[in-house]
Design a protein around this ligand. Structure first.
Ligand code: UDP
Length: 255
């Protein structure tokens, strides 16, 4: 693999420094601060004992996500969407992506008729905010769901796999993992890869608008995504400690 000189001296297949802090805020059932280099996102998971009308009396639960960037999370102040009165296309796309990613690793039947509200609030944006949101929100969701299991509200752990996400791209002709803003804004190809701990792909979003890419490029980017997600899931497992075993289906003592 060719290594290019990157900001911070990173190798092309190296993630930024990851920090996952659990129980970051007081009230939500699950709350996490995820830091990927200078990108920082607070992710909370809140449990509500009801489901949207289309799921009423089905015995099935639901997960939905909201995403936003604080006005001064970016280089110049971004007007709050609530003061504009409408949610822009980018935000809608991101919150749906987060919801789909998390729903792909949970058995909604064993969650029962309850909704998990995921809120991802970007406090500092330096590229990869949607992917950091997915990786952090998974940990917040695991904490919230584990509380239900521990309190015997649900009989089994409904989470079937870990899920994480990372960006990859081509910048100055080089394929790189986990782009920061500077790299992202100069990228010819930009891709987000969502994966489980079983090595399955949940979603791949890739664009080479003015620079179409080849199958060979795609294979190389997917390989980088696999490396990144493997390391992100390792960080999630370390952050969750004992709870990881319940997700991986190992017997653990519930206290
Ligand atoms: N960004 C920004 N203002 C915006 C949207 C994005 O400053 O309104 C910056 C921010 O650093 C973000 C990066 O551009 O992380 C890349 O944005 P993109 O839409 O690709 O989403 P992300 O990579 O954050 O998932």
């Amino acid at each position: 693999m060719v290594f290019l000189k990157r900001i911070g001296g990173r190798k092309s297949d190296e993630l930024r420094k990851i920090t996952i802090t659990r129980d970051y805020t007081k009230y939500a059932e699950g709350s996490v601060l995820i830091e990927m280099g200078d990108t920082k996102v607070i992710c909370t998971a809140s449990i509500e004992d009801k489901v949207p009308p289309f799921l009423k009396n089905t015995g099935t639960g639901w997960i939905t996500a909201e995403y936003s960037m604080l006005p001064r999370s970016t280089h110049s102040r971004k007007v709050r969407e609530s003061s504009k009165g409408k949610i822009d296309g980018r935000t809608q796309e991101i919150q749906r992506l987060i919801g789909r990613a998390l729903r792909s690793v949970i058995d909604l039947k064993s969650l029962g008729e309850r909704t998990i509200w995921i809120d991802c609030d970007v406090i500092q944006a330096d590229g990869g905010t949607r992917t950091a949101s997915i990786t952090g929100a998974f940990v917040a969701m695991a904490d919230a769901v584990y509380k239900l299991y521990k309190d015997k509200v649900i009989k089994t752990m409904p989470i079937t796999s870990f899920v994480s996400a990372v960006s990859v791209g081509i910048v100055n002709g080089e394929k790189i993992l986990d782009l920061c803003y500077e790299e992202d804004s100069n990228a010819q190809v930009d891709m987000n890869i969502v994966m489980t701990n079983k090595g399955e792909f949940v979603e791949i979003q890739g664009t080479g608008e003015e620079f179409p890419f080849t199958k060979e490029d795609l294979d190389c980017l997917i390989n980088l995504g696999q490396i990144g997600n493997k390391n992100l899931i390792k960080a999630q497992k370390e952050a969750l400690g004992e709870i990881s075993k319940a997700i991986l289906g190992e017997e653990i003592e519930v206290v």
